[in-house]
Design a protein. Structure first.
Length: 294
């Protein structure tokens, strides 16, 4: 019987039992796709990541799967948790890499930044692709799909807009936190809009008071999975791109957002728009570990 070590981390948080939980399985090599899918289904989280060290590439290789068997990639919480685990377990991967730390997710090289916070919690940055804007969705249709009124979407003159770095998500501006907390997605209507306008998830957000540490508060709804998510790195990057294109934030400056409050799993995600792309950063902590028997 073969065994593999696994860990469950809370991602985009420095506190246990907050953030977005992610199982990470440490393997010695690539596995068969069906085995990845079976293990991800067994864990049942929104995503399960697998990582092993490639000597030839001098890099960690990471793959991630949903419980339904779909493979996901890009610089989101599924990657952040795996990289944080490597740092927490002092796997000595990134010290020997040339031209800066990086990781390979699926078959794509993703640049990283590693910060020393002075605590036992790593702070990792992941470089997403430059943000591009796509379709806009009528505010009336979007309000109906979220169980809101059209006036709840009145934030400046911003329209619900599909933005993409790693994944195409819909950015939905809401006028205040009260409207954000009232949102109750109608799954069928949201799925229809996602198909028609070409987006995967719906990232509802509002601007916070100038006195708060976070610039934005957000909630993420996945119409395919029918569930809310506590921290979504693949949506934080597009949101940073949206705010930069609207002139609300400045290039090469760090901002942060708060997500998961409504779920009781508050998460902090940091983002920075640069000429090379959008950096999305955060921390992770280990909450469980064990042995997987095959």
């Amino acid at each position: 019987m073969k065994t593999m070590q696994y860990y469950v981390l809370d991602v985009f948080t420095s506190e246990r039992f907050k953030g977005n939980p992610l199982p990470v399985v440490v393997t010695s090599k690539e596995l068969e796709t069906t085995l990845y899918q079976q293990i991800a289904r067994e864990f049942g989280y929104s995503g399960t990541s697998f990582m092993h060290y490639s000597k030839s590439e001098k890099s960690l290789r990471v793959r991630s799967f949903t419980p339904s068997g779909k493979e996901t990639d890009g610089a989101g919480h599924n990657l952040l948790g795996a990289v944080c685990l490597a740092v927490l377990k002092d796997m000595n991967v990134f010290r020997i890499q040339e031209n800066g730390p990086f990781v390979i997710m699926k078959d794509r090289r993703i640049a990283l930044s590693l910060e020393n916070t002075g605590q036992d919690v790593p702070f990792i940055g992941m470089l997403q692709k430059p943000a591009t804007a796509g379709n806009t969705v009528p505010a009336d249709d979007m309000a109906a799909a979220l169980g809101l009124q059209p006036e709840d979407l009145l934030l400046h003159d911003w329209q619900p807009t599909v933005m993409q770095t790693e994944v195409a998500h819909l950015m939905v501006p809401l006028k205040n936190v009260e409207a954000l907390n009232r949102a109750e997605p109608r799954s069928a209507a949201l799925r229809n809009l996602a198909t028609g306008y070409g987006f995967q998830g719906c990232y509802c957000f509002t601007l916070t008071d100038k006195d708060t540490p976070q610039t934005v508060q957000a909630r993420f709804f996945n119409p395919a999975a029918g569930a809310e998510e506590a921290a979504t790195g693949s949506a934080a990057g597009p949101l940073g791109g949206f705010l930069f294109q609207k002139g609300y934030i400045h290039q090469n400056k760090d901002y942060s957002l708060l997500q998961g409050v409504k779920m009781g799993q508050p998460s902090i995600l940091r983002f920075r728009a640069t000429q090379d792309g959008i950096w999305v950063s955060g921390s992770s902590v280990i909450v469980m570990e064990g042995i997987l028997h095959l």
